[in-house]
Design a protein around this ligand. Structure first.
Ligand code: BTN
Length: 241
């Protein structure tokens, strides 16, 4: 589904920005934009995404999901990256809600999902993947928290293989969302085993709650036990303890 329309740049500001513009102009479900380097890569919560040349994958995919499955897209994307990395390299990763991918206790990939309206009826979602494939000179504040697949496995990794495996996994999981969304949620849980039942602090708007992350619900929200109360966090910033 992602092989038909791929545009690759040697350098671009942000692949998500390009993909969002293409989607607004009507680009089809499955259109992909990638780059060897981003000069204005964006992460979640307004953060920058360090995107040094040739070391990582910086890729955005345009999707046009039905309203029913749109909330679960980021969950499906996290599963697809974990599966794609494992299929291409053998590295097992952990998922942290909503969709951070960890290896050896450090972040190896992140996903930025952004949505918009193409016309009065047709919504689009851009899924942006940033995957640290090979070693690179990251700024010190990033290097302290990040790892790469190469660092974890001790050998250089073929970026193209990782990309193909992740997009292939996304094709399967995107279709599965339409037929059997519970299977996608269960797959996410299987990659998040080491993160669930851990203490978390969640900031949701102006409110902050601390508790134990127990599960995700059928909308993909994080279920947090706060004393006798159960809080469903749909979006927000989560710090894992
Ligand atoms: C995160 O904060 O964890 C999400 C990072 C997402 C980075 C990717 S790289 C490709 C795409 N283009 C961007 O500007 N951001 C996403």
């Amino acid at each position: 589904m992602f092989a038909g329309d791929v545009t690759w740049y040697s350098e671009i500001g942000s692949t998500n920005d390009v993909a969002l513009r293409l989607a607004e102009r009507g680009a089809a479900d499955g259109t992909v934009v990638g780059a060897d380097r981003q000069t204005a890569g964006r992460g979640r919560q307004g953060r920058a995404w360090s995107s040094p040349p040739g070391a990582g994958l910086y890729v955005s995919a345009i999707l046009r999901p039905s309203a029913a499955i749109a909330p679960l897209l980021t969950i499906a994307a996290g599963v697809s990256v974990a599966e794609g990395i494992r299929e291409a390299t053998g590295l097992t990763t952990d998922l942290k809600w909503p969709n951070d991918v960890y290896a050896g206790g450090r972040k190896v990939a992140g996903i930025l999902a952004e949505s918009g309206m193409s016309d009065a009826r047709l919504n689009h979602v851009v899924l942006g993947f940033g995957i640290n494939v090979n070693r690179a000179n990251y700024p010190p504040e990033v290097a302290a928290r990040a790892t790469s697949i190469e660092h974890e496995l001790g050998r250089p990794i073929d970026r193209g293989l990782v990309l193909a495996s992740c997009l292939s996994a996304l094709t399967v999981r995107y279709r599965q969302l339409q037929m059997a969304p519970h299977a996608v949620l269960d797959a996410w849980r299987s990659y998040a085993v080491s993160m669930l039942n851990r203490r978390v602090e969640c900031t949701v708007g102006l409110r902050s709650v601390a508790g134990v992350a127990e599960d995700i619900d059928e909308r993909g929200a994080l279920v947090v036990r706060v004393g006798d109360e159960t809080v469903h966090v749909i979006s927000g910033e989560v710090v894992w303890r």
